[in-house]
Design a protein around this ligand. Structure first.
Ligand SMILES: Nc1nc2c(ncn2[C@@H]2O[C@H](COP(=O)(O)OP(=O)(O)OP(=O)(O)O)[C@@H](O)[C@H]2O)c(=O)[nH]1
Ligand SMILES: [Mg+2]
Length: 156
């Protein structure tokens, strides 16, 4: 199978888990709209790695913006779900992931903020069937190359 030259990745997850920080660490300057640190529109940035362009769309995590998340998921290659290890797996995380599964959208999981605390990986496999699970820190720039490697090399 020929790998697609351009892919769309939607960064998704509940409020404050570090989605915008992750995009900034991966990409640098991104388009973003925030009000007191809370994302209120869609973050956007792209990267071209080994001739493959990756378009990243970051969704707001607050519940009142759920409709933007659903709209942004249209035509996505993969959803990248960000979890906050310091909070553990929350009801909202489960809701978000179950919604992806019900729409048959492939997703990978990035467990963020592992500089503060870790999550038992068994916990993840108990609930979910992601394409990949990566532990790291958006703030400390840990695990970012692993994300890119999966985006470039996996077949979704
Ligand atoms: N310790 C630690 N803090 C982090 C990490 N990543 C993000 N943060 C902090 O977590 C807070 C929220 O980060 P954001 O990137 O704004 O989170 P978000 O998911 O985009 O939030 P919403 O857009 O409101 O849904 C900020 O204070 C970040 O500095 C990390 O890896 N470790
Ligand atoms: Mg944000």
């Amino acid at each position: 199978m020929k790998k697609r030259d351009e892919i769309k990745v939607v960064v998704i997850g509940s409020s404050d888990v570090g989605k915008t920080t992750l995009m900034e660490s991966l990409i640098g300057n991104i388009g973003k709209v925030e009000h007191r640190g809370i994302t209120t529109a869609i973050d956007y940035g792209s990267l071209t790695v080994n001739g493959r362009k990756i378009h990243f769309f970051g969704t707001p995590g607050q519940k009142r913006f759920e409709f933007m998340r659903d709209l942004t998921l249209k035509g996505t290659t993969l959803a990248l779900v960000v979890l906050d290890a310091s909070k553990g797996i929350t009801e909202e995380d489960i809701e978000i992931i179950k919604s992806l599964e019900s729409k048959n959208i492939p997703y990978g999981i990035f467990i963020n903020k592992t500089d503060i605390k870790k999550i038992e990986l068994d916990e993840i496999s108990k609930y979910f069937s992601p394409k990949f699970v990566i532990e790291g820190s958006a703030l400390k720039k840990i695990g970012l190359n692993e994300i890119l490697n999966h985006l470039l090399n996996d077949h979704f």
